[in-house]
Design a binder for this molecule. Sequence first.
Ligand SMILES: [Zn+2]
Length: 219
Amino acid sequence: MKIAHHLDDATLVGFAAGTLAPAHSIVASAHMALCPQCRATLHKAEAIGGGILADQAPTAVSQTLRAATLASLEGLPVSAPKKPSAPLKAGALPDVLVRALGVTSLDQIKWHRKLPGVAIYDVPLPKGTKAKLKLLALEKGRAMPDHGHGGEELTLVLKGSYSDKFGKFTAGDVADLAEDVEHQPIVDSDETCICLISFDVPAKFKSIWARLAQPFSGM
Ligand SMILES: [Zn+2]
């Protein structure tokens, strides 16, 4: 797997600090399971973050409190991953996605077919979670309309490929887009392109379905 598109440093620092929303953490963690480069950057971010915390906090967090905090996270159906999953064998889903999706293969996803050539699966997250997490399956030639975000959006390609003004995105690539970025991904693989997308503002996606019904015209 050759990965050309990576997580932003800001996202990696947020992941290291535990401040990313769970939905974004899951996408970031799944990418890092596939990407040695981002795992290495994360380790640097953690080292820097640890140094800052050590400077700011003369009294260390007690081991008891730390253990209690970690234990309280265990019971959540999907908690923000503390660490990226282990490196992955080709074709397998990262552990973090096996847990989040409740399947071991994308073939087992119970898709909700919205329109011809377009299917979606809403990934369940703990109540009160701000960002949303969805799997999106688009057939060849389908385009997502230009859309701004109104919040951070992370897209991880799991299968197939798409292209937009930032280049071609194949399996393992992540698009880490700030809120002011607009783009129009177009599926260019023969096989269906499956992406995992986390985003902050669900309303921005509502109007997309009607426009997805139109195959990309090339205009
Ligand atoms: Zn990467």
